[in-house]
Design a protein around this ligand. Structure first.
Ligand SMILES: N[C@@H](CCC(=O)N[C@@H](CS)C(=O)NCC(=O)O)C(=O)O
Length: 217
């Protein structure tokens, strides 16, 4: 991490009188282009200020002792809420959507839509994200399932929400590594284009590309 001070080490914090951060202040640990892009987008969507801490994969900062104290798995994203660490894209997106109902990232009044969002997020985390490691052919088959699942709908479930953010980041990554033709996944391409119209997405991409992507091509 570029900032060597461990944010969970209370002994190294300033005293409250000297301006100790609020116990609910948000800190995002992220590596440009990686899974953490999804919570990064969500933070811009909800508009809450946060402290952004880049983690360099090239320098193996995810293996630094200070970072492993925050997330023993050595993975991003991590969102600190005060000193409490949240991990896993799905959980962080859910947390931000609940914390900011005005951002309308979650179908608060519709239990069936809520279950469908969880279904998408589970599918993305457990089937889509790990697919690439099982080979290009397998990854393409799995993306074919995502394509059919999205179908003609503009968004994953009803209105725009957290499942779209999660889906976007994974498809963005797949596009830059497997370079599918525009005809291969037309629904996902249209979704990707729709996402790129959003200020929060454009802002996140600009910030992350300026720092530099260190994820494998
Ligand atoms: N299931 C986790 C996946 C997180 C993950 O795999 N993060 C990767 C980047 S995409 C990482 O930090 N890798 C660093 C490493 O394994 O050394 C989630 O949804 O947050």
């Amino acid at each position: 991490m570029r900032d060597r001070e461990s944010p969970i080490d209370g002994s190294r914090r300033a005293s409250p009188a000297a301006g100790q951060p609020s116990p609910t202040a948000l800190t995002l640990y992220f590596a440009p282009g990686s899974s953490s892009m999804a919570p990064h987008i969500a933070l811009h969507e909800v508009g809450e200020p946060f402290d952004a801490r880049p983690v360099s994969f090239a320098r193996h900062e995810q293996r630094d002792e200070a970072f492993l104290r925050i997330n023993p798995q050595g993975k991003v994203p991590v969102l600190l809420v005060g000193t409490q660490a949240l991990t896993e894209v799905a959980a962080i997106l859910y947390f931000l959507a609940q914390r900011h109902p005005q951002a309308r990232l979650w179908p608060h009044d519709d239990p069936i839509a809520q279950a469908r969002v969880i279904s998408w997020m589970s599918f993305l985390a457990s089937t889509v994200h790990p697919a690439r490691r099982q080979g290009i052919d397998h990854a393409r088959r799995v993306w074919g399932l995502a394509e059919r699942r999205l179908g003609e709908a503009p968004w994953a479930v009803g209105e725009f929400g957290i499942a779209d953010i999660h889906l976007f980041r994974l498809f963005w990554r797949m596009r830059s590594s497997l370079h599918p033709s525009p005809q291969e996944f037309p629904a996902l391409e249209a979704h990707h284009a729709r996402m790129l119209e959003r200020d929060a997405v454009r802002r996140t991409l600009a910030i992350e590309s300026a720092i530099g992507y260190e994820v494998p091509a």
